[in-house]
Design a protein around this ligand. Structure first.
Ligand SMILES: [Zn+2]
Length: 377
């Protein structure tokens, strides 16, 4: 079978406790899990060429429907051959539904039972997103994995607010499934909502499983509830999702969040942290987090992270990266984004190998000990 004929599937390779290592099969190639997806907001992983993203080991990236529908426009992306072609990314791409950015970026938004109307944050133009339109846009972008439109329940929310928001999202999930055009190797994921209420999360997971999706995301987390709550929501949700489908924790997180979520059985992650931090001089390393603008790096002739094989670490020293950020050179965010994404990919590879070797707990303790030890010689 060519990749294009391969059905979308997640095959488990090994488990260690609740943690899972597997392989995702898609129309655009295979992906080892657990996987971290760098965020390619507006058709680019900021400051990175596609070759550079590939060199980090990343195989699955994320695109944002909200940004792409406003600029350059979904119809235009389709006319130009789709997002894979435009980005020079033949590998799999997951697109979000646009709902989260409508709620966080758009102006004058008005939610009704059928969808959401809003004004673009770019030029004030009026747009409407419904479950059907979101799926249609993601089809035009040629997303390998399409996400259903949902309402991201604000935090905090009362149980009544969370329940009515979750029920709206479940109705929209059903409409998204109706609209989605199944193609071999392409997938539609449902999104569990229900805020911090275990009974609502269970209800939502059961409702989605009843509709039937190719994968299941856990949404509405990492929005201020705190790590302990995030983890307890995962504990209350994951037992109600089918074991043979991938599980995606949306918008999470720090390396520490990711380790804890992998230990609970999450397979897929995305977050702007490594790319955003790369543009603001924050380095994620095996020795913890550094701010490269800090004066203590001005004469530091050591590699940024001796455990990392990326160009920032193997060809340059900390003092040079510090200088580039102080001088506001374009190369600074380029090199540090490259490093941070490489760090996240290495983290995932290490977790995967540890799950296969059934030594995840020891490995996680070792990674955390590295951060705690810091970089002082
Ligand atoms: Zn590096």
């Amino acid at each position: 079978m060519t990749p294009a004929d391969t059905p979308f599937a997640h095959h488990l390779t090994a488990t260690d406790g609740a943690a899972r290592a597997g392989v995702l099969h898609t129309a655009h190639g295979t992906v080892d899990t657990p996987v971290f997806m760098p965020v390619g907001t507006a058709g680019t992983v900021k400051a990175m060429t596609a070759d550079a993203v590939r060199a980090t080991g990343a195989r699955l990236i994320l695109g944002n429907t909200y940004h792409l529908m406003l600029r350059p426009g979904a119809e235009r992306v389709a006319r130009l051959g789709g997002l894979h072609r435009l980005m020079d990314w033949p590998g799999p791409i997951l697109t979000d539904s646009g709902g989260f950015q409508v709620m966080s970026l758009a102006q004058l938004r008005k939610l009704d039972a059928d969808g959401v109307t809003f004004q673009s944050h770019l030029d004030g133009s009026k747009h409407r997103l419904t479950p059907e339109r979101s799926v249609e846009i993601q089809h035009m972008l040629d997303a390998t994995i399409t996400m259903v439109l949902d309402e991201c329940t604000p935090f905090p929310a009362t149980e009544d607010q969370a329940a009515s928001s979750m029920h709206l999202s479940m109705r929209w999930a059903s409409r998204s499934k109706q609209e989605f055009v199944p193609r071999p190797g392409y997938a539609l994921f449902g999104i569990v909502q229900g805020s911090v209420y275990p009974a609502l999360r269970e209800q939502s997971a059961r409702a989605l499983t009843e509709i039937g999706f190719d994968g299941y995301a856990v949404g509405g987390l990492a929005i201020g509830e705190g790590q302990d709550t995030t983890f307890s929501v995962l504990d209350a949700t994951l037992p109600f999702l089918p074991e043979d489908r991938p599980r995606y924790l949306m918008g999470v997180g720090t390396p520490d969040d990711i380790i804890g979520a992998v230990q609970r059985g999450i397979d897929m992650f995305d977050c702007v942290i490594p790319t955003r931090a790369g543009r603001t001089a924050r380095a994620y390393t095996s020795q913890g987090v550094f701010n490269l603008r800090n004066a203590r790096f001005a004469d530091d002739a050591r590699p940024l992270d001796p455990a990392c094989a990326c160009p920032a670490c193997t060809r340059h020293v900390r003092a040079y990266l510090h200088h580039l950020f102080r001088a506001e050179e374009m190369l600074a965010p380029m090199l540090l984004t490259w490093h941070n994404i490489t760090y996240y990919q290495d983290l995932m590879r290490g977790l995967r190998a540890a799950i296969i070797g059934r030594r995840l707990a020891e490995h996680a303790a070792c990674v955390r000990a590295g951060w705690a030890a810091g970089d002082t010689p």
